[in-house]
Design a protein around this ligand. Structure first.
Ligand code: AGP
Length: 600
């Protein structure tokens, strides 16, 4: 999975490709590469393991008029320069970049090897370029088309051939690929994400599954898999947003944590009394008999909290599921089921395939998304945008609290539609931005405590009810940026097994904010303490009993139980951030991860 970019036009294709890769680095940063066709009609290639900055150090290519580029998140094969894209055929006439997975690459590679074709890399992608070379008889479009018929899996590709210095062939199967033709018809860009089209005004078309494009300077033709020409409408896109900046913060993550009072406010603004859901009417929503929240990672945690809120306030049976599991279950979906797909990026492959599954069952799907023009928002029946602005840090922070804001508003809206107004919840929600600002003032204290806890290799987070998904989220933050083994548990569950791991070297962070279960969490704290584990409590200011048990306590503003996740989450984000900082980790781009995971 990865980001693909291609450029044909009068500007230097190399420069444009590097700018495009910068915008696509959120899709992976294990390696990058670029290939183009030189004025002498040869393929020129440069690729390098590591981030884009590594490629830039190595680049010696001259100006190019046509080029394709790639940023990789490794699936098949280690993070090496050999496995980096673009991949070439043996004769070095064809270059290919690929996003996705070729599921049948082993038998295909074996067949090619039997024909004597050597392979340099461990990737599934190299199989595609060799297959194209194998069927090439002078027509690149035809050779790519023949190859597509042999491939299983989901993918997007872009291909150039030294005999065709004026064209890029691109194709997609269930992976996003957009093609933009600039005003004046002198330039064409291909990208995994149209938000990477910089500057000019673009007429964009989105390649659907099973479509092939032949892009030339300022024009594009689309074909189906029988090479029958297709007519497709373009959409107008003007992208003049400046690249995000850290605004004086040492990391994007810290900047994004500190943005939360304002991003929560933005998610809330104008939505207190009604939600605009475009394709979904009030009538549609009123008649739903169940709601399924789907998402991955942090977005799944927001879904878990959403399902609790809907159950409590709108009295609708609600369930949250990890998106990658949805299509392998036998979900009892019907047209009375509302599926709520949550995704910061709107490009997560697992979430997109779960959405397609739900739609195939006749469900209406509501998307909750941060990125406009994303694949998710194009496929759902109705969408609510987070309006949080670009989230650059791989570790999601402000998107989560904006997602929480939106799912809370959804619960309030559905509650009203079903005759159970939840006005006190709305009134409390409006105070959250201020209370989050209070938590941010604790950053210096949390940093000091983080120093004390940064030498541990293991961590449990425990909490009850609304605090349980909050613990999952806090544990995910810590794992992903500081590489500490962390788990989140309902506090009552620890005694059913995990407590066996506890000793003086295994601390427990207790999220004590759920008032309804106050007595119970106190007992759980005692149980943990009795095993000698260091205890770090995050407690509301009025929960004085905690102090006598915990080794350290961070006192947080007291809020009602359903909204306590906002407060405890921000404190958990700061803890993870400062532990990672103390350990000297790469906070904004942790190892092995990508901001947007575009393979299943
Ligand atoms: C969160 O910190 C993660 N980086 C990750 O779990 C993320 O939330 C997940 O990959 C889903 O992404 P999405 O919201 O863009 O769909």
């Amino acid at each position: 999975m990865c980001g693909i970019f291609g450029y044909l036009g009068q500007q230097d294709a190399l420069t444009l490709c590097l700018q495009g890769l910068e915008r696509l680095e959120y899709r992976g940063y294990d390696s990058t590469g670029v290939a183009g066709i030189t004025s002498k009609g040869k393929i020129a290639l440069c690729k390098e393991a590591g981030k884009l900055s590594e490629l830039k150090k190595k680049l010696k290519l001259k100006k190019l008029e046509i080029a394709i580029a790639h940023t990789r998140w490794a699936t098949h094969g280690k993070v090496t320069t050999v496995n980096a894209h673009p991949h070439l055929d043996t004769a070095k006439n064809i270059a290919l970049v690929h996003n996705g997975i070729i599921e049948n690459y082993i038998p295909l590679r074996d067949q090619l090897k039997k024909k004597g074709i050597p392979f340099l890399s461990e990737t599934d992608s190299e199989v595609i370029v060799q297959l194209i070379a194998d069927s090439y008889e002078g027509d690149l479009l035809k050779a790519v088309c023949q190859t597509l018929h042999l491939l299983k899996g989901a993918f997007a590709i872009a291909v150039i051939h030294s005999d065709h210095p004026d064209e890029i062939i691109a194709a997609s199967r269930e992976c996003p690929l957009s093609i933009g033709v600039a005003d004046g018809a002198t330039e064409t860009i291909i990208s995994s994400d149209p938000n990477a089209f910089l500057g000019a005004n673009w007429n964009v078309l989105f390649l659907r599954s099973g479509e092939i494009a032949r892009a030339k300077k300022g024009s594009v033709e689309i074909f189906d898999l029988d090479l029958k020409p297709l007519q497709k409408k373009t959409e107008r896109m003007i992208n003049d947003t400046p690249p995000p900046s850290k605004e004086g913060f040492p990391h994007f993550m810290l900047k994004e944590i500190f943005e939360q009072p304002s991003t929560i406010q933005k998610a809330l603004f104008g939505r207190e009394h009604a939600l605009e859901l475009k394709g979904l009417s009030d009538e549609d929503l009123k008649n739903k008999s169940q709601v399924w929240f789907i998402g991955c990672g942090t977005s799944y945690h927001a879904g878990l909290l959403g399902s609790m809120l809907l159950e409590e306030f709108a009295h609708i049976p609600s369930h949250a599921e990890i998106a990658s599991e949805v299509r392998y279950r036998v979900p009892i979906f019907s047209k009375d089921t509302l599926v709520v797909a949550i995704s910061q990026s709107g490009e997560t492959a697992d979430t997109l395939s779960a959405v397609r599954e739900a739609k195939a069952h006749g469900c209406q799907v509501l998307g909750i998304c941060n990125v406009t023009n994303s694949t998710l928002t194009r496929e759902v029946d109705g969408a609510i945008f987070l309006k949080a602005g670009p989230e650059v840090s791989v570790c999601s922070t402000k998107a989560f609290t904006s997602q929480l804001t939106v799912v809370t508003l959804l619960a309030i809206y559905l509650a009203r539609l079903r005759g159970n107004p939840a006005e006190p919840l709305l009134a409390a929600l409006k105070k959250i931005p201020e209370q989050v600002a209070e938590v941010l003032k604790l950053a210096p204290q949390i940093e000091q405590i983080a120093k004390k806890y940064s030498s541990y290799n293991n961590f449990f987070f425990m909490g009850r009810r609304y605090m349980w998904p909050t613990c999952l989220e806090a544990a995910l933050k810590l794992k992903e940026i500081s590489y500490v083994n962390a788990g989140g548990y309902p506090a009552g569950e620890l005694k059913h097994g995990p407590i066996a791991l506890l000793d003086a070297h295994f601390p427990v962070a207790a999220f004590c904010a759920n008032g309804q279960t106050r007595d119970k969490i106190l007992s759980n704290l005692m149980e943990v303490k009795a095993r000698g584990a260091p205890v770090l409590a995050f407690a509301p200011a009025d929960f004085y009993e905690v102090e006598a048990i915990a080794d350290h306590t961070i006192w947080l503003p007291a809020v009602i139980d359903p909204l306590a996740p906002f407060i405890s989450t921000v404190a958990g984000q700061l803890l993870a951030y400062f532990i990672a900082k103390q350990k000297g980790c790469n906070i904004d781009q942790p190892r092995n991860l990508a901001k947007s995971v575009t393979v299943e």
